[in-house]
Design a protein around this ligand. Structure first.
Ligand code: AMP
Ligand code: GLY
Length: 420
């Protein structure tokens, strides 16, 4: 089979590598991929916003299945586009992708189907939003409705912070804003919970915890994710059942009531308080770096899982996992998440030998004049499988030190909650 993968991050390299191991796969194309995927697939430089350009290439190369990594093309309807011309594609359609594309869409589902989440209000202008914050308690959370690459969320300690957030959002910082969401601040610990769905059946796809802040001790600015570990330290049988019963099932029922089925990965970002789950947000894809952390634990053939979803036969397969801990550290370009340099050569990468429990997934990298150079803020993902998180972290740090990239930095404390 010939596959196409949309995306260029560490998540897509991890998916690409797992799929390349399947006996059924003859060739993989990555749109556009990175230096890592170029070793196992063919990178194709096409603007992935241009569905017609993608279609032309996919038809000319006879690509039989498309797998979508990031949220943007999903929210923009890439699945509907390719389904309408009968090309199999793995991911939720445009309607279902509103779960990530519109926080207000999701909140309204939570309200109607009594899904536990932070109390909230929706306001259509600056005055109404400001009058609300004049008479409420702090901290609170102000959110832009649409996709904002993880930046449209403001945790506000006081009225001034909240006023500023309201003005920035209505002034169009994240695109034209018709509404704003103001939420109660939830206390607890966050967990990433994944399932895969074929439209009729769902299966669990592991848990993880990520570290979103740039600085050690979870301080400083928010990032796409500086590292993660799996499984989450919070998960237990009772909590798992509550998440499925109180959050996932009612959400899928809500979509069904609106004549929509959900196919693909679904990622619930949860706040766990006293073993009770609250939904913070949905993502209609795998997490990044959670995907890189989870995929190496997968024993089953990833292509079999995806094909079972495409054919609505997920109930007929079993998903097997290695019973092992996984920890991922992201090596970033100095300056990230603010300004950082690109095109910095990563010299020692080709000299590294990995054992079977170690992975290096590329994210922001590309090949330039036969060198591997940086091409983004998050550059490489180091993943290690081990009996303990401590050993996994030590092994990753050793590899990062061997690479000794002077233009990079990373957090040495990933997993501090689960490591003494
Ligand atoms: P979101 O993009 O909605 O996931 O929000 C980004 C991050 O902001 C989350 O991962 C949480 O750390 C934090 N956050 C969002 N909403 C809340 C909330 N209601 N209470 C506490 N923290 C929140
Ligand atoms: N790790 C957070 C995300 O993928 O959105």
């Amino acid at each position: 089979m010939k596959l196409g993968i949309i995306g260029s991050g560490g998540r897509e390299h991890a998916l690409c590598e797992a799929l390349s191991k399947s006996k059924k796969v003859d060739k993989i194309y990555c749109f556009p991929g990175n230096a890592g995927t170029s070793k196992i697939a063919e990178n194709i430089l096409i603007n992935t916003d241009d569905f017609n350009a993608l279609k032309k290439f996919i038809l000319s190369e006879n690509i039989q299945l498309i797998i979508v990594g990031p949220e943007k093309p999903l929210v923009e309807g890439i699945v509907d586009f390719f389904e309408s011309i009968n090309i199999p594609i793995f991911g939720p359609n445009k309607f279902a992708s509103q779960l990530e594309g519109s926080k207000i869409f999701t909140k309204k589902i939570c309200e109607k189907y009594k899904i536990p989440t932070a109390k909230f209000g929706i306001f259509e202008n600056v005055d109404k939003a400001k009058s609300f914050i004049g008479e409420t308690k702090f901290p609170l959370v102000v959110k832009a409705d649409g996709l904002a690459a993880g930046k449209g969320v403001y945790i506000c300690e006081n009225k001034d912070n909240a006023s500023n957030a309201i003005e920035e959002i209505f002034n169009g910082k994240f695109g034209k804003a018709k509404h704003i969401l103001i939420e109660e601040f939830l206390k607890g610990e966050e967990m990433s919970y994944f399932i895969v769905s074929d439209g009729k059946n769902i299966k669990r796809f592991q848990t993880a915890q990520d570290h979103k802040r740039v600085g050690e001790g979870d301080t400083g600015k928010n990032t796409g994710g500086m590292g993660a570990y799996s499984p989450s330290r919070l998960i237990n049988k009772e909590l798992d059942e509550k998440i499925l019963e109180k959050i996932i099932q009612p959400t899928l029922k809500a979509l069904k009531d609106m004549n929509c089925i959900y196919k693909g990965f679904l990622y619930a970002g949860l706040m766990i308080t006293n073993n009770e789950p609250y939904l913070i947000e949905y993502n209609v894809r795998m997490g990044d770096p959670e995907c890189q952390t989870i995929i190496p634990k997968l024993k089953s053939d990833l292509l079999d899982i995806i094909l079972a979803c495409i054919e609505s036969k997920l109930d007929q397969i079993q998903i097997d996992w290695h019973d092992i801990n996984s920890l991922c550290i992201v090596l970033c370009s100095k300056g990230y998440p603010d300004q950082y340099k690109k095109d910095m050569i990563i010299k020692n990468l080709t000299k590294i030998n990995l054992d079977q429990n170690q992975k290096i997934y590329h994210a922001g990298t590309k090949i330039k004049n036969e060198d591997i150079v940086s091409n983004g803020g998050r550059v490489l993902n180091f993943v290690n499988l081990s009996t303990t998180f401590k050993k996994a972290r030590e092994s990753n740090i050793k590899l990062i030190e061997e690479i000794n990239w002077p233009d990079g930095f990373y957090r040495k404390d990933i997993g501090f909650n689960v490591i003494e």
